[in-house]
Structure formats: structure tokens, C-alpha cells
Design a protein around this ligand. Sequence first.
Ligand code: KDG
Length: 322
Amino acid sequence: TVEAVCLGESMAVLLPDRPGPLEAVDGFRSRVGGAESNVACALAGLGVPTAWLSRVGADGFGRRLLAELTAHGVDTSAVALDPLRPTGLYVKEVGSHGPHPRDLGPGQSRLHYYRAGSAAAALGPELLAEPAAATLLAGARLLHLSGITAALSDSCLALVRALLAAPRAERLVSFDLNWRPALWQHRDPAVLPALLDAADLVLLGADEADAALGTGDPQALRALLPSPATVVVKEAGRQASAIGPDGQQVSEPALRVEVVEPTGAGDAFAAGYLAGTLRGLDQRRRLRLGHLAAATALTSPGDQGALPPPKLVAALLEATDA
Ligand code: KDG
């Protein structure tokens, strides 16, 4: 049976075949991506039976998405096919050392979205009454959401609110801020603090929290979000901290890696931390599993990386000098 359900939009991705501004790129490789489905794939890779809950267009990109998630071991049986609206798309732009004035610069990347009116943007609270989705949610120990969904449409925001308000018995609801300013240009991000505060477990990056909530300080964020059992704050490249309701903070240093492309690292971290939580690991090992998973995404050009074999992961979790 499914233990974790990740809900959100995924898209077709066009990855440029060379870095530099898009006007100078000739070829793209086709991939798929989306924050919550990245988490779903990484959770499945960590041995957690996981489902992805969403809508895709009845088109080639949608079929590709379902096929790739299935190949990663993710249950897509409750994903709806929308006969009218397309699967969303994003184009990745990757910075370089090149001389072009519009170059983002080395190590930088930007996502260009073509997702307005997508199949997933039409998700809404009626999903909770659909038998396949309701069965998944009723049986899951974890529901993972992100701030991206709240920005997609009024109906998606209503769905996020309904999911957070639904009785959840033993089920844990995790919420990754996933601040995407481009999606909030015509919507009010003031809805975010209340959504985050209604979750059991909140994940945020210090920089994105600073931009979206006005502070990146772990203790200040804990004070801003008093209700969740745990607030996890990631200070990129430095450390991640889990803070309990009493302000008690456990921090674990990040791994030193050569960053190839950062997209997806936050999703991988979330998956590692969440898998550790479901396994009942202590906070330090949850954070460490998050860092390990993030390192694999940071060192791969796509959104996701491959985790080392389970034996090595287990050894790294116990290492005294990480
Ligand atoms: O976290 C990585 C995501 O940003 C990427 O996969 C695309 O879901 C995405 C989004 O909305 O930005």
C-alpha cells in the first residue's frame, strides 16, 4: 500500500543542449519535472511506496510524464487525464561564462513557465471526493504539498486549503514553501503563512523564506509559524536545522559538493528528510538523509540525481565525520 502521496503539477521540461541565453540555444532535450513529482520519485528511490496525485493533459507530454514516474516506481493510478487542457511546460535556461550580455552567469539557472490554463491548474477541492484520490489519501501516512500549487489558480488554492483543513488522523502533512516569484506576479502571496502554519512539517530555504516571508532566520521563522510540529530551515551550502515547537534546534552541516545544476535539490532534500521521518530516524539522521539526497540532485544536470546504493546510504547516515 501507498505510504506517501505527493500532490502538485508536473510539466514537460525542455533542457537546453548548451548553457547561455535562450536566444542562442538551438537544441533542447525533452525531460519531465515538477517539484512534488521530483519528491515522489526520490521517495520511491528511497524505498517509500509513493503515489503522485495530479492532472495531466491527454497529450504526449502527459503520457511521457506518467511513463517516467511509473518507471521510477511511483503510483500514478489516481492521476486524471484532462481531454481539454494541455500538460504544462517549462524551459530551463542555464547560465554560462559566455560574453552574452543576457547571460545569467555560471551556476545560475532560470525556469520559464508555459503553464497557465494547464490541466493541473484545473485541479480543485472536488478532487477530495474522487474515489481513487480519496482512497489514496485515506491510506497514506504522509501527504506532501508545496506553495507552488497554491499559486497556480483559485481552484488549486482552494484545493490546498481543503487538504490542510481535512481531518487527517495519523497522517502527516508536509509543506515545502517552494517560493516561485514568477507564479505570484498576479496573485497575493500573503496567503502563504496561514497555509504553512496549517501543516505538520514545514520545509523552507532561508533565502526563499526571506523573500516570501520577510525573514530567513530559523528561530524567527519558528516564531512566525507556531503550529507545525517541526519547521526545517535549509541554509544553502551551510546547514539545515529542524526546530521543534519549543524552539529546540538540531542542525546538521551540508555536504560539500561541486554544484552542476541546482534545480531539484530542494525536492531531493525534502524526500530524504521525509523518508527519514517515515523510517522513524532521529532529527540528525533525517537532516543527513536530506543532505545526501540533495547532493545527488546538485551534482546532476537534470532535476534529479541517482542515490547511492542503500548500503552506502546507511553507512553515510552513521558516519561520525560527515
Ligand atoms: O523544484 C524544482 C521545480 O522548480 C521544477 O521541477 C519545476 O515544479 C516546478 C516549478 O513549479 O518550479
